[in-house]
Write a protein that binds this ligand. Structure first.
Ligand SMILES: [Zn+2]
Length: 70
C-alpha cells in the first residue's frame, strides 16, 4: 500500500481536466472522478502523467463472485 503526504494530496489536481479537480487517494492510485482516470503512485510519488494513466475501470476490483465450491 502506498503512503502519501496528506498535504501533498491536498495540492494535487488532475492534469487532464481543465478545471483541475482534486484527486482521490485510492490505494495505489490517485483517481479523478471527473475524467475517470487513475494515476499510479510509485515509491510514494504520484505519477501524474497522462501517458501513465489508466482508466478507472481497469483498477477497480472485479465485482464479487460466488465462491467456487469443490
Ligand atoms: Zn481528470
Amino acid at each position: 500500500m502506498a503512503t502519501l503526504n496528506p498535504q501533498l494530496l491536498a495540492i494535487l489536481a488532475c492534469p487532464a481536466c481543465d478545471d483541475r479537480p482534486p484527486l482521490e487517494w485510492c490505494g495505489a492510485y490517485l483517481v479523478c472522478h471527473q475524467c475517470r482516470r487513475a494515476y499510479p503512485i510509485r515509491d510514494d510519488i504520484p505519477v501524474l502523467l497522462v501517458e501513465e494513466v489508466m482508466p478507472l475501470e481497469q483498477i477497480e476490483p472485479p465485482p464479487p463472485s460466488e465462491p467456487a465450491q469443490g
